[in-house]
Design a protein around this ligand. Structure first.
Ligand SMILES: [Zn+2]
Length: 262
């Protein structure tokens, strides 16, 4: 991974905290330092964003920007484990920030309680090293995909409903890689939601945890699911994966190629 000019060495007092990661050959002190200097944009602090943000905070990703426009409701608590009974009625980003700061006070957490315009979303994607889509509907996924691809950033995207889920990485740094819209050209029609269809808590939790894992690997430079989709079925406890190719008719991929040519 290319190191930015303001790359700081890891604070020595934190090597004990991250010892079990630093011991790994694929991470080490260099990898942990990369994580400490990384910035993840997490959109959606619900069933996916709860475990994803908890693990990214605990693992020591130095800066997290949390985006959501919702408030915590009682029906969220069954699966949105970053929130608490006491934070019902509070904005999800503020509720999540409190929990994450208690888990790891050594990282920077920005909370944005708003429904973002495409321009603002693009600006936030530009500032991040990785975009983590933890939203629950096709409209948001379409908007986040376009912003991340146009900003040239990797996008770690997950979804879960009922007993099943999917996970993929769309690499905005590679003009020939498929994007979310290549995978699902009809995503902007909205699709099914957990509110209507139901969701098993540990299933969305599993997907959120795997999303955090793949996000760490994107930051460390060894992601596995770039241009691939992993499908997880929690009822039969099975998974399979398949490769994607770029859709020659994808308007987002056409636009980002055109942008790069100018
Ligand atoms: Zn595309």
């Amino acid at each position: 991974m290319q190191q930015p000019h303001n790359f700081k060495p890891l604070d020595e007092t934190l090597t004990n905290r991250y010892d079990r990661q630093i011991r790994l050959a694929q991470i080490g002190l260099a990898g942990q330092t990369t994580l400490a200097n990384s910035h993840a944009l997490i959109v959606g602090l619900g069933g996916l964003g709860s475990p994803a943000s908890l693990y990214l905070a605990a693992a020591g990703v130095g800066q997290l920007t949390l985006v959501d426009f919702d408030v915590v409701e009682e029906t969220n608590l069954q699966r949105q484990i970053v929130h608490r009974q006491q934070t019902v009625g509070m904005s999800k980003v503020e509720s999540a920030k409190q929990t994450l700061a208690a888990v790891n006070p050594h990282i920077t957490i920005n909370a944005i309680n708003a429904f973002l315009s495409p321009e603002k979303l693009f600006e936030l994607c530009q500032q991040a090293d990785v975009v983590v889509d933890c939203t629950d509907n096709g409209f948001s996924r379409t908007a986040i995909n376009e912003a991340a691809m146009m900003a040239g950033k990797p996008l770690v995207s997950a979804a879960a409903i009922r007993w099943e889920g999917q996970l993929s990485v769309f690499d905005g740094r590679d003009l020939n890689a498929p994007c979310y819209l290549c995978f699902d050209p009809h995503a902007n029609q909205g699709g099914e939601t957990c509110d209507a269809q139901g969701i098993v808590a540990p299933v969305v939790g599993t997907l959120g945890v795997m999303q955090a894992l793949e996000t760490l690997k994107v930051l460390l430079g060894n992601a596995s699911l770039i241009g691939e989709v992993l499908l997880f079925d929690g009822l039969s406890m099975s998974q399979r994966r398949f490769k994607l190719t770029q859709d020659p008719d994808c308007p987002v991929c056409a636009a980002r190629k055109q942008r790069n040519n100018h």
